[in-house]
Design a protein around this ligand. Structure first.
Ligand code: GDP
Ligand code: CO
Length: 387
């Protein structure tokens, strides 16, 4: 893959936000013939792919779509499926386990499948991450953010340098391959140990009566503009640098994951940016930025394949919006002016209340290798192939 170097960046404290850049060409290794773009050598491509674990969160998606996603992630990257799918009355989860096993048998790739509600996960995490556990159930809480956090612990447990996330409801496997190649290439473009790449979908669509590939997702357009207004007012220069507030598809170095806060459910992607701006921009002088003296590099790359995923309805859109804006509303970034802006936006979506504060988690300070060894040796439902 050939990715154009970003045209510009803006720094806010130690947070270095790169403007959205694009892929010049989808496949190209050992091919750097012009100065303006970057590609990996074949050797580096394989080395980085091997050190990037790809986490796929899944909750009751169409198994055929999940299978397409799993088959599209390059074989060199270890795959980690974190499922919160039903086990009864229909056992959707066992079907997912079988898909993974089949892929392993055919390819020999490394693949781990764990269930978010595996009682062992709750048992192993409850002392270091009590908030992650639902009190009444005694199991890990529901939510995509919770799934990503567990997947990241597993990625650290297998010693990955990088972790990338890819949703399981993406209909076009070619898009998944493209996201993976973008992760490998863009992560190598930054020299900071603290780095992240976020995908900005070139076009987005849903299956429906009207076929239209849109430039802007509804939630990310609104939430990104709120974050941009925080930056604009802080610096007194208007900016539109953030385009990926809700990017489910993103990857980062393990060093960054370990200093990042994770949020519950659908607030997870927005909170990554909010937390970095809280600690490494606003909190810089108070010493709350653990990345110093390095910068935290955030790259944003626009993908070429259209992002077609499951259409989950208006209520789902509102839920995501309330959670993402809620995490900004209750953060250090929000003064009264911003809070009013958020309330006004929510009103336009007929949501009249103050958004609740989503739960947040620190990255648990545990021995992740031991956690994974214990989980895999004792669990009755989580499985690993090829390790
Ligand atoms: P959207 O794509 O942002 O509209 O949100 P989705 O509802 O498609 O969710 C994104 C991804 O997270 C999908 O792959 C879901 O299957 C997955 N997901 C949603 N909720 C959960 C959960 O509670 N746990 C896990 N592990 N995954 C989830
Ligand atoms: Co989706």
């Amino acid at each position: 893959m050939l990715i154009r170097y970003p045209f510009k960046f803006e720094t806010y404290g130690a947070v270095k936000l790169y403007d959205v850049t694009r892929t010049v060409s989808l496949y190209g290794v050992d091919f750097e013939k012009r100065f303006g773009a970057f590609s990996l050598t074949s050797e580096n491509l394989i080395r980085i792919a091997e050190s990037t674990a790809v986490v796929v969160p899944v909750k009751d998606e169409d198994p055929l779509v999940l299978e397409g996603v799993l088959r599209a992630v390059p074989l060199h990257s270890p795959l980690i499926v974190v499922s919160n799918s039903s086990t009864k009355p229909l056992d959707v989860y066992s079907n997912e386990v079988d898909i993974a096993k089949n892929i392993y048998q055919l390819s020999g790739r490394s693949i781990i499948v764990i269930h978010q509600k595996d009682p062992l996960i709750a048992e192993l995490l409850k002392s270091e991450a009590p908030d992650l556990i639902d009190e009444s159930e005694g199991l890990v809480r529901d939510g995509k953010g919770e799934g990503l956090l567990i997947g990241t612990l597993v990625a650290e447990g297998i010693n990955s340098r990088y972790v990338g996330y890819i949703d399981s409801d993406i209909y076009i496997p070619g898009a998944v391959l493209e996201y993976s190649l973008i992760y490998y290439t863009a992560l190598a473009m930054s020299k900071s140990p603290y780095k992240m790449v976020r995908i900005s979908w070139g076009f987005k669509g849903w299956y429906g009566e009207e076929f239209l590939l849109r430039r802007w997702g509804r939630v990310s357009g609104v939430v990104s503009s709120v974050l941009n207004s925080v930056l604009s007012r802080g610096r007194k220069f208007e900016t539109d640098i953030i385009k990926t507030s809700n990017s489910g598809e993103h990857a980062m170095s393990m060093e960054l994951a370990k200093i990042l806060g994770f949020a519950s459910r659908y607030a997870v992607e927005t909170y990554e940016l909010v937390h970095l701006l809280e600690t490494c921009y606003l909190g810089l002088r108070e010493g709350s930025c653990r990345a110093l003296p390095n910068t935290v590099d955030i790259l944003q790359v626009e993908s070429r394949n259209p992002h077609l995923h499951a259409q989950k309805g208006e209520l789902h859109v509102l839920e995501m919006l309330v959670e993402s804006l809620g995490i900004i509303y209750h953060s250090k970034l929000a003064d009264q002016h911003l809070k009013n802006t958020i309330l006004r936006i929510l009103k336009e979506f007929s949501y009249e209340e103050e958004p609740p504060k989503p739960g947040t988690y620190r990255y648990p300070q545990i021995n992740t290798k031991k956690f994974l060894d214990e989980l895999l040796s004792r669990s009755e439902i989580s499985v690993a192939h090829g390790f």
